[in-house]
Design a binder for this molecule. Structure first.
Ligand code: FE2
Length: 380
């Protein structure tokens, strides 16, 4: 990977030069903190054994040499040499030449519109349980697009838990471990009616919001009741292109959401509709007309612009060119990243029945399963 290295700035910086491309600089403090020897990290579980206070604030590199792709470093605080894998250093380089843009989306994500309809990640229920290749490919698609389908599952109450168990763990809420989505006489939520529902993310009134959702179909003979998914990240990208100032208002100011639809429950949150990290990565969308509360955190002079951007985002969500729609058959489900992908449904009539079950698996379990399976595959 590297063809030469030098120690510069009186031992404060290691410069590694690859055969092609820009040199990569690393600070002595960063290198010492990220040493992977037995004195620094547990060989059993990889966890760090030291705190920063164990490293002198004036730590420096005494000497460094390049051998067979590895870099051996002797620091001023220790007698022994610490070895760094050159590929690991290159992968973890933080010496970027180009500043990140004002808005960016994680490299592992690929935003989409209506055209995803032909290639929505989908796999058979039995194959997912019996074939790890199928599961890995399906998880990769789910992680990349934030949505995937499962077909050919049992038409059996609770089968959605078997889908969640493929990759993670379900979060229990006031709606239960799972909830029934069908027409009720006195519904505690408009989802439990035959009304059409605008594209939304679920439960933005929760903190944290549910990160993933499964909607599993058990009956769907009613007229209508089609499912629609929309990539909130693509909508946010479009809004940012069209109206960066409006985008900034939705990112900068908190909206408010609330739910008090059933006895003993009073959920309230104050979070932005478009949430970015301080360095500009878009990480979450919260959009739900049913549970939006009065917004009281936007200064008077910005409220008009905030509402214009809010309206435009809603128009993008409702634009058919942004939507993928399908009608679930009994035994089919879809799963989505609720921090990114909005879901909607068309209204349905009283003739026939529509019965879905939903639950909220946590996304960290899905990411962990995917990463562990990918590492195991790479090592085999
Ligand atoms: Fe929903």
């Amino acid at each position: 990977m590297f063809t030469s290295i030098t120690v510069e700035n009186e031992g404060d910086v290691l410069v590694c030069r690859p055969a092609t491309g820009q040199p990569m600089r690393f600070h002595a403090m960063w290198l010492r903190d990220n040493a992977n020897d037995e004195a620094t990290r547990s060989s059993q579980n990889g966890q760090r054994l030291i705190t920063l206070a164990d490293i002198p604030s004036d730590i420096a590199i005494q000497s460094a040499s390049l051998e067979d792709g590895s870099i051996a470093i002797r620091f001023t605080d220790r007698d022994e040499t610490v070895s760094y894998d050159g590929d690991w250093l290159a992968t973890h380089c933080y010496d970027r030449q180009d500043p990140r843009p004002d808005l960016w989306i994680a490299e592992e994500s690929e935003t989409w519109d209506q055209s995803l309809g032909n290639s929505l990640p989908s796999a058979d229920f039995t194959s997912l349980h019996e074939d790890s290749d199928t599961l890995l490919t399906w998880l990769q698609g789910l992680n990349r697009h934030g949505v995937a389908k499962v077909t050919g599952g049992p038409v059996q109450s609770g089968a959605l838990m078997d889908v969640a168990a493929l990759f993670g763990y379900v979060r229990e809420t006031n709606y239960g471990k799972w909830f029934e989505v069908r027409t009720e006489v006195n519904p505690v939520n408009l989802a439990y009616t035959g009304l059409g529902l605008q594209g939304h993310t679920d439960n933005p009134y929760r903190d944290p919001t549910p990160t993933m959702q499964i909607l599993y179909c058990l009956e769907n003979s009613a007229e209508g009741g089609d499912s629609i998914v929309v990539d909130g990240f693509r909508c946010a990208e479009k809004l940012h292109q069209e109206n960066p100032e409006g985008f900034d208002l939705l990112r900068k100011y908190c909206a408010r959401f609330s739910y008090e639809g059933s006895s003993g429950v009073a959920l309230h949150s104050r979070r932005p509709m478009l949430e970015c990290t301080p360095d500009g990565e878009l990480v979450a969308v919260r959009f739900n007309n049913r549970s939006a509360a009065a917004f009281t955190d936007i200064p008077f002079d910005d409220m008009d612009g905030f509402y214009k951007a809010y309206r435009r985002f809603g128009e993008l969500v409702e634009d058919p060119a942004m939507q993928v729609s399908f009608k679930l058959e009994p035994g089919e489900c879809f799963i989505l990243d609720n921090t990114r992908v909005l879901h909607a449904r068309t209204g349905y009539s009283g003739d026939g029945t529509r019965w879905l079950q939903g639950c909220y698996p946590d996304r960290d379990g899905m990411k962990s399963t995917l990463a562990a399976m990918s590492s195991a595959r790479a090592a085999s």
